[in-house]
Ligand binder design. Sequence first.
Ligand code: F6R
Length: 614
Amino acid sequence: MCGIVGYVGDTKTKDVLLAGLARLEYRGYDSAGIAVTTAAGEVDVRKRSGKLARLAQLLEDDPIHPGTTGIGHTRWATHGGPTDENAHPHLSEDGRVALIHNGIIENFAQLREQLGEASFKSETDTEVVAVLLGSEVKKQGDLEAAFRTVVTQLEGTFTLLATSADEPGKVVSARHHSPLVVGIGDGENFLGSDIAAFVEYTRRAVAIDDDNIAVITADEVRVTDFAGNPLPFEEFEIAWDPAAADKGGWPSFMAKEISEQPEAVANTIRGRITPEGVVIPELSELGDEFLQGIERIVVIACGTAAYAGMIGRYAIEEWARIPVEIELSHEFRYRNPIVSEQTLVISISQSGETMDTMMAVKYAKERGAKTISVCNTQSATIPRESDAAIYTHAGPEVSVASTKAFLAQVVALQLFGLHLGRVRGSLDSEAAKRAIAQLETLPEKVSEAVATHDDITQLAKWMSDTRSVLFLGRHVGFPVALEGALKLKEITYIHAEGFAAGELKHGPIALIDHGQPVFVLVPSPRTSPVMHSKVVSNIQEIRARGARVISIVEKGDTATLPYSDDVIRLPLADPMFEPLLQVIPLQWFALELCQAKGLDVDQPRNLAKSVTVE
Ligand code: F6R
């Protein structure tokens, strides 16, 4: 949450900051602001509540002074509403130090009291740090020394960037449980809360570790601990193509990312299927002996990633015959979970920065568990904290509502399940071959599922006044129902709920009234005849009570036709792979209904991608 960018280089500072903020806006869009430190020795700030476009307009109306050093921020509000005053950057009392922040300063009230007479213009925790830093700079006459003094006084979570009028040509930064990366350029250097901040300018990056400080000038990057001791750092090459993070002619990032799902799946599979079966070289650190001895697997994740985990659970249990539990990361560490050295904890996170998941991973490690991260973002904190990482290769996901990362997460878990099944000898080679053959044809089938868009567009148009939608699924279809409901809630703001189809008669069927739309995920009659007939009965039950039924079926299944108002047909797949197809029309439905209601697809209210506060 909150996007952060810093730059030292030449006079294109304002443009670099604005471009960075545009790429980071998915992290928060309550306000945006930039500060530029000029060679003449002043700090100039422009900031505005609302989306970045309002800041861009302000900069046209009231241009910022040119300079070679600057910081920029896009905010997801925590302390204080989304107003101009609460927007970052915040200034020291004398206006000579500017500071931006991602995270929460938990002891800000004590610090504010400590600062006594100081006057504050905002309600934020961040301004207290800016004022404190300003007073330390005055006392010590040195930005870096003052910054070190301040960061050691802070409690909570933070990434901080600061620049001082007295030291143009330098930005100082620090991280404590919030993300920070450096971009290394030629005669220019960058800081960002993720690589998206500077990916169009450089492919060279350094991930900064917790409790470290990074100082950039145009020609130098220095990393130290909070005491100022120099630390070595390692560069990595950014694999993302900058063009991949552009809309590329699509009306929204979400539409583009739904359409990119065949490649997201193909790229996640690529290189991991060999004539010998599934290979995941990233797991070599853990060793086959450990994999053979695992007694339990706990999957931790939040939101959409947790639903991917629920689907993955069916595959891992089926193929590797190990009990798998799935738990929301933020619940995991508060219930004294039973974790031993034979427990494998798999975290799933697109961003790799979700604070709830990161804390749960740390907790699991402290308790002796081995950890694997399924992650889409290179060198993010969670994979770096984990014993091993299986990267999904979905490419940058910008839309706040996750789509292609979800499919890639499910596929990564399935690859893991197949690998584990073979290593443990619980999966025979014929069954493995059949599953691998299914995986190989998946990108093509996903393409066909993406092509359901036109049918869904019509449906969404007719349903634009709908006030509530229900989703029903059984077995692997149940998490798909939950995900369909989440997609709809988060971007259309209408009531939506997903249910296990069998649970309906235990209460939720009371919700069914005349015209209530219900999407039903129908299992294949070829591979799951018993479940299929149960779901057809569920459809009859809700239909008898007036529901408007939209069935999602495999091609050739005509059993639901007499009881459905609409039918969406998908390619044939084995049960484990059905969810990867079924979810796609539900993603389109959320997107089209959102558009029909005239809402912002990529930036839904109150949300931000990458939730870096607990
Ligand atoms: C919903 C969505 C969220 C995320 C969740 C976890 O569309 O995107 O529910 O799945 O916040 O985020 P990551 O995967 O980055 O840990």
